[in-house]
Design a binder for this molecule. Sequence first.
Ligand code: URP
Ligand code: ZN
Ligand code: ZN
Ligand code: ZN
Length: 463
Amino acid sequence: MTRTQITGGLVITAAEEMHADVLIDGGRVVAVAAPGTQSWTADRTIDASGKYVIPGGVDVHTHMELPFGGTFASDTFETGTRAAAWGGTTTIVDFAVQSVGHSLREGLDAWHAKADGQCAIDYGFHMIMSDVNESSLKEMDGLVAEGISSFKLFTAYPGVFFSDDGQILRAMQQAEHNGGLVMMHAENGLAIDVLVEQALARGERDPRYHGEVRKALLEAEATHRVIKLAQVAGAPVYVVHVSAQEAVAELARARGEGLPVFGETCPQYLFLSTDNLAEPDFEGAKYVCSTPLRPKEHQAALWRGLRTNDLQVVSTDHCPFCFTGQKDLGRGDFSKIPNGMPGVENRMDLLHQGVVEGRISRRRWIEIACATPARMFGLYGKKGTIAPGADADIVIYDPRAEQTLSAQTHHMNVDYSAYEGKRVMGRVETVLSRGELVITEREFTGRAGHGVYMPRGTCQYLD
Ligand code: URP
Ligand code: ZN
Ligand code: ZN
Ligand code: ZN
């Protein structure tokens, strides 16, 4: 095993910033020390002078190869994890899916088969529960024990992923007892389906109507409801992909009451809006995801929530579909556009823009993108920080390099960028995963199969 030292950089964790050298041995960080205070020997030295040395990003919401709306998300575990590495993310937690009529185990086995031997970086799984019943509730306990410690349920997508309030309550009660964390997609899907039907009957067929029928009020209502259900169950709840300011307000109120209620948002909600959904010539389809993009005014509330810790995590909800051939399925009927956007490669850079623009501090950047996601989902200690004993998942980040985001240069397997032409300050230079160079000065030097499956512990954010 190569002993590597990273010298001269500014080491940033959620807790502190310090000019320090980092020594890596056996795939782990073994020492972090003020420059010149150690006499290490190393086989390899990476000079990080003038650069940031940050923990690899932890993206706890991706959907590689997700079957959706008659097609599959266009990134495989191979292409998607490679793109993640390019963007400075060294761990993903993807969603294994239970199909209706089948067990959790069958869904989990299928996702292991897709990912095994394919990934460039480490990965774990959450479990999507589409069929909450006596048998799947019992299965949850075993899954928590083996490292699948979080379960996503939906108040949206009736007939596909939807669970009713009774099913949600029962899953939360089970999680209360086995230590699992319930993640909620909170939108009132039954009400949305009524509005979809009415919009289509009025001839409203363009992508922008996706945003109009999936109302902020219906996100807020479902957020309120799942918080109350969690309170009744005595369980924590984590609300995924929060986009509406009214939903942030629900989280803030509950947290003000001291409830263990957590929220995640995504870069698309911080940087894009219904203006994008309204782009002509069906271009708006590129921005169709659920929860939907909101009017620009909501962005300030999301940034504020990230500062006040009413929102704790930024993930991507990476779920790419090509504009040509996949988003196309919904030409003439917005409700048939596959839901999801690409972004696994862009998260660290876009959040760094939040630092550049003075919206969050550097340490908060690392907290919401690395440390808290790891803590929330039982990976902390190994992932999310740079400290002795942690996996050497480290990014050398050049805060002064400028780049233009584009489908021409990105590595995601999708034919458009949601941020085409956007200029950003900051760029990933080099990425190590467990001490191995995955990106070396902007060259991919990793390989499919380097990434290993990470069984996870239970939520450490409550500790
Ligand atoms: O539009 C989205 N978010 N697609 C992925 C599935 C989900 O609800 O997270
Ligand atoms: Zn089956
Ligand atoms: Zn969702
Ligand atoms: Zn998702």
